[in-house]
Structures are given as structure tokens and as C-alpha cells.
Ligand binder design. Structure first.
Ligand SMILES: Nc1ncnc2c1ncn2[C@@H]1O[C@H](COP(=O)(O)OP(=O)(O)OP(=O)(O)O)[C@@H](O)[C@H]1O
Length: 187
């Protein structure tokens, strides 16, 4: 499974954000670029939320994304939020995943609006990674987590990605190095 961009250009009004981008996403891919360079635009093109002004975006299978805002349903529990996007999973499987991400029963039982920022981030991460999809886009998924929790979450994501492609967007060089894989250039 892969995603291929061929000669993709995208502009907003007079501003060209991406120009003649050729890219194949397979396995692990890390995108590190300064703010405003078009990382979110690339993610939106892959998801089909934007159309390119030139070139082609071809994707096999389903793609899910975790954006920087967590976008959880505040009235649902952590488990309920994940279950909504992962109907193939039993409740115990979701609880196991949340435990592996360092959340406990007290956290996964309360409405998501009562979770801390770091807890909500991990629920959104679980939701994206566990959803049935062949490609996963994660935009700064580990931001704001303490070091131990971040390592735990990074290891979990690496394990869960087997057989699928990942586009990890990060500003953190350590994270980029830890994931390895292909380095994506969008300049
Ligand atoms: N809907 C839009 N209309 C007009 N301009 C837009 C729109 N979306 C993005 N842009 C512009 O396109 C450029 C790239 O934006 P994008 O959000 O893709 O950058 P980014 O690399 O994800 O930034 P950040 O790291 O800050 O999230 C920016 O200059 C932004 O202002």
C-alpha cells in the first residue's frame, strides 16, 4: 500500500504552497519543515480534502490523520471516542491500547472534555492509529508529552504501523531520528 504524488502543485490565491512535488509514501516517512511550508496542505491533499492545482495524488486504500487539534467528542469517554472510529475493535482491545499509551481506567472512563491535554492527545493518537486504514498521517502527535510518556507512545506507534505507511510530521529532530525511514522534502 502506498500513496504517490506526481508533479503536485497547490496554491491559495497567488501564493504557491507546493510546487511540482513528486513523492511516494511507503513504510515510515518523516516530514520536518518550518511553519507555513505546506505540511498541513500536503496532509489535506492526501486525504482528498483539497484538490491539487496541478499533478496527481494517487492513494491505495484508506488514510486516517491526527491533526494538531485533538477533535475528540467531549461528551464521550476515551474508549467511546476510539470505538466510534474503530468499530472492528472490542472494548477490551481499546482499553489495552490506551493502557499501553499510559492511560488508566480512571482516564478512559471519564468524558473526554475532562481529560488533560496530554491525555486527550494520546486518545486522539489511539483513535488514528487503531482506525482501519492503510496509511496514517500524524501531525505532531507527541507534542507536550513528558519524556517517559513520549517514548512509550513512540514505541507503541512504531509497533502498530507494521504493513502500513506512516507520514509523521514533527519539529522534533529526536523524534525524526527515532522513527528513521524516509525523509520527506517539500521545499
Ligand atoms: N485555506 C487557506 N487559504 C489560504 N491560505 C492558506 C490556506 N491554508 C493554508 N494556507 C497558507 O498556506 C501556507 C501553508 O500552510 P500549512 O498550514 O500547510 O503550513 P504548515 O507547514 O502545516 O504550517 P504549521 O507548521 O505552522 O502548521 C501558509 O502560508 C498558509 O497561510
Amino acid at each position: 500500500m502506498k500513496a504517490v504524488l506526481s508533479g503536485v502543485s497547490k496554491r491559495y490565491g497567488d501564493q504557491w504552497v507546493l510546487r511540482d512535488l513528486n513523492l511516494t509514501l511507503e513504510g515510515t516517512n518523516v516530514l520536518m519543515a518550518p511553519s507555513g511550508r505546506g505540511k498541513t496542505t500536503l496532509a489535506r491533499l492526501l486525504l482528498g480534502l483539497e484538490a491539487p492545482d496541478a499533478g496527481r495524488v494517487e492513494t491505495d486504500g484508506r488514510i486516517v490523520a491526527q491533526f494538531q487539534e485533538d477533535r475528540l467528542c467531549g461528551q464521550l469517554t476515551a474508549v467511546g471516542n476510539v470505538a466510534l472510529c474503530c468499530p472492528q475493535l472490542r472494548r477490551e482491545q481499546i482499553e489495552t491500547a490506551l493502557t499501553q499509551l499510559g492511560l488508566c481506567e480512571e482516564d478512559w472512563s471519564k468524558p473526554a472534555r475532562q481529560l488533560s491535554g496530554g491525555q486527550a492527545r494520546r486518545v486522539a493518537l489511539a483513535r488514528a492509529v487503531l482506525a482501519p486504514a492503510e496509511g496514517v498521517i500524524l501531525d505532531e502527535p507527541f507534542k507536550g508529552l513528558d519524556e517517559e510518556t513520549r517514548q512509550r507512545a513512540m514505541n507503541w506507534v512504531s509497533r502498530m504501523m507494521e504493513g502500513r505507511w506512516l507520514l509523521l510530521i514533527t519539529h522534533d529532530e529526536q523524534e525524526g531520528e527515532a522513527f528513521g525511514g524516509a525523509s520527506v522534502e517539500i521545499l
